[in-house]
Design a protein around this ligand. Structure first.
Ligand code: ZN
Length: 278
């Protein structure tokens, strides 16, 4: 990790503050989406496809938005939201950068490394990891660890198998040799099977495809329609998710319809700055 020590501690402290603010006492975070909302972020989940981007953090007007792609397996989506919370706290500001979009979590620049580190600290805090190993794995020697121990860890912390290994290696609990052996255990058994055997949370390995769009976003869609910034088909698609039709809401009619999917609307109306009507 290229980050200097004081920055690392600053990030760790911020992750700890989030846990305190949200009263998290368990090992992992059961509902990161709720945490994101408790922090005051408009939290949007939408299945935009497994090949699409992972998520983004944004400030729009005075609102802070966290978006996650629910076509990803749940453990990855959870990590995405934790990562975007990191961007919100560490990198976005009204005066500075207002949008960071993540296509992947390759640690190409410093901000990505920092957001990943924040997410790891938030989801798997050092003292909780140590406590888990002592109390749940009964301080078992790491040379005796197998895929089932990692599956238990995953279930306690709500993270992916790979993220578990990365965190344990970064904390110097695992060395390269043992990490490789555990990686091979996963290849042989698959994380889902390992979780199944220990009655762990196999949901972590599936995509939820959840569509969660806050009411304020729908209000914003209606406002944009009234400003003639989006076609009626997009408005109808957006309203369908709350069982409404354009006839049910107060709109100005008279715009020519165009083909546009709700997916397109979500992904680029939220991202493109031209549509904010500023
Ligand atoms: Zn990022």
């Amino acid at each position: 990790m290229a980050m200097n020590k004081s920055r690392q501690i600053f990030i760790e402290k911020n992750a700890e503050i989030v846990r305190l603010e949200c009263n998290i006492v368990d090992y992992g975070i059961k509902d990161i989406f709720k945490v994101s909302e408790m922090l005051g972020y408009r939290t949007i989940r939408y299945p935009i496809g497994s090949e699409a981007f992972l998520g983004f953090a944004m400030i729009k007007d005075s609102e802070r938005i966290v978006f996650s792609n629910s076509s990803l397996i749940l453990s990855r989506e959870i990590f995405t939201v934790a990562h975007e919370i990191g961007h919100q706290i560490l990198h976005l500001s009204e005066q500075g950068k207002t949008l960071i979009k993540d296509d992947d979590f390759n640690e190409t620049d410093e901000q990505e490394k920092e957001a990943n580190y924040f997410a790891a600290c938030l989801l798997m805090p050092r003292e909780k990891v140590e406590k888990f190993i002592r109390l749940e794995l009964k301080d078992k020697s790491i040379t005796k660890w197998d895929g089932f121990d990692i599956a238990r860890f995953q279930t306690a912390f709500n993270v992916s198998y790979d993220m578990s290994l990365i965190r344990l290696k970064a904390m110097n609990i695992l060395n390269d040799e043992i990490k490789e052996k555990l990686q091979a255990d996963k290849t042989e058994q698959t994380a889902t099977k390992l979780l199944g055997v220990i009655s762990g949370n196999t949901e972590l390995c599936k995509a939820t495809e959840v569509k969660k769009v806050p009411a304020v976003f729908l209000e914003w869609v209606i406002a944009n329609y009234n400003e003639k910034l989006i076609p009626k088909t997009s408005l109808a698609a957006a309203l369908k998710y709350v069982d409404l039709s354009p006839d049910d809401v107060d709109i100005n009619d008279g715009m020519v319809d165009e083909e546009e999917s709700f997916d397109d609307l979500l992904s680029y109306s939220l991202i493109s700055r031209e549509l904010y009507g500023k």
